[in-house]
Design a protein around this ligand. Structure first.
Ligand code: KG4
Ligand code: ZN
Length: 420
């Protein structure tokens, strides 16, 4: 795969939350391309509990990683070299997996079969892996897997910050070319299940967090509000579907009038504070009280479907209003901004996309967002982030030796503005 001096190929691994993903990515002629991805979403496993359980996520990652890599090889017809693996390398690789019982079992079995993919060394420059932020038990599975592969294949690892991955996910949106002269300075709005952050970007690798949530992330608020309303996990797609039904039936003005008549009104937390901070926990709590009050008024234990849909509509209006207001404040403080980059699961929301698009047009700045399927967690964005780092010379390359790899650890709270 990596056959000329400018072409680079990486294998990327993502296990920071409830998506297990592997992908091959290439960079060539200014273009970042996915050569293929295999992603297994654990949503169905976590659905009945209404949220993600770290230890369950860890087990699922461990059960699926090697299988997904095998499928990725098949999908992409990955070029590889048949290798022998020394007993010493096998023992070192298995030693890195001692804390990962499921993965250890699968890896050990594959090592006994010389036709398994472990003996097919791919023609890649590096293995990119998410090391944070995220759920540490989940992160460790991907990291340990990357280490074991690095040891048997003798390939370096590039640790990637998951949030830089969400930023890099937009690079497939600009006709596969990276035009750095007009991209920066940029602002990034990262809206996911774990984060709500506004970041000032001077250039690749130069990030400063200039605003964020004081409590819950916006995706988390979607998930918690869905739970309050008796809707399934994850809440984002469910709430946005019901809100869209309201917008399909009524004009925004009429829907707002109906909400008022039905006593459905939610606050816009921190809308008028002069900073770029958010409080989505306040919005969630307001939904909780609203539901309690509506039940009291009608003297019932359940809300009607109409009430639920109207709450979803009003909730989404509040989210959009707050996001756009804070973007305006961020832009006022950073008037040389050329581009707004928006990443994270919540930007899978078509209505929020449309609003932010309009906001960018009104403010005369470029809007970069990921393809919808790259909004939520995936390995493609992790691979692109590693390739961006390599292209801009700030990657942390960890050599595939036992002593170097010892330093590679999960960093659940890793901020994007901290160096690795
Ligand atoms: O980026 P992501 O996959 O994982 C984290 O890094 O957290 O984001 C997941 C979040 C969940 O909270 C989910 O409810 C939200 O993204 N989400 C959405 C939509 N699709 C996913 N929120 C609003 N509208 C959507 N269509
Ligand atoms: Zn994410």
């Amino acid at each position: 795969m990596a056959d000329d001096s400018t072409k680079k190929v990486v294998l990327a691994i993502e296990t920071s939350c409830d998506e297990t993903a592997v992908a091959f990515l290439s960079y060539e002629n200014n273009a970042y391309s996915s050569l293929g991805q295999r992603l297994y979403s654990q949503i169905d496993v976590h659905k009945e509990f209404g949220g993600v359980f770290p230890m369950m996520a860890k087990r699922e990652h461990g059960k699926n990683l090697l299988k997904l890599l095998e499928l990725l090889y098949l999908d992409t017809h990955a070029k590889s070299e048949h290798i022998t693996i020394s007993e010493h390398a096998k023992q070192n690789a298995l030693a890195t997996l001692v804390r990962e019982s499921e993965l250890h079992t699968f890896f050990e079995t594959a090592l006994t079969d010389s036709t398994s993919i472990l003996y097919k060394k791919p023609n890649i420059d590096a293995i990119a892996v998410t090391v944070g932020p995220g759920l540490e038990p989940a992160l460790w599975v991907g990291i340990s897997f990357a280490k074991a592969l690095a040891l048997i294949w003798n390939i370096p690892i590039i640790p990637v910050n998951h949030m830089e991955g969400h930023i890099a996910s937009v690079l497939t949106d600009i006709a596969h070319t990276e035009n750095k002269t007009s991209l920066f300075p940029a602002l990034a709005l990262l809206i996911s299940g774990g984060h709500t952050e506004v970041i000032q970007i001077k250039n690749w690798g130069q990030y400063q967090i200039i605003g964020g949530t004081k409590d819950d992330a916006v995706g988390e608020a979607y998930d918690k509000v869905a739970r309050i309303l008796g809707l399934p996990y994850p809440g984002g797609p469910e709430i946005s579907k019901l809100a869209q039904q309201v917008r399909d039936t009524y004009s925004i003005h009429d829907a707002e009038t109906i909400c008022k008549k039905e006593n459905i009104k939610l606050p816009r937390p921190m809308l008028h504070s002069q900073n770029i901070d958010f409080s989505f926990s306040g919005l969630k709590t307001a939904v909780l009280y609203l539901v309690r009050d509506l039940k009291k008024i009608s003297n019932t234990e359940t809300l009607t479907d109409t009430q639920i849909s109207l709450i979803c509509f009003e909730f989404e209006q509040a989210v959009i209003e707050v996001l756009c207001k804070k973007l305006t404040t961020a832009l006022e403080q950073n008037q040389d901004t050329q581009t707004l980059i928006v990443g994270g699961g919540v930007i899978a929301n078509t209505y929020i996309r449309k609003h932010i698009d309009t906001w960018c047009t009104e403010n005369n700045i470029k809007f970069l967002k990921p393809e919808t399927e790259l909004s939520t967690d995936n390995a493609v964005m992790i691979g692109i982030a590693a390739l961006v780092q390599m292209n801009h010379g700030y990657e942390t390359r960890i050599e595939p030796t036992v002593s170097s790899l010892e330093k590679l650890v999960a960093r659940g709270g890793w901020r994007i503005d901290e160096l690795y």
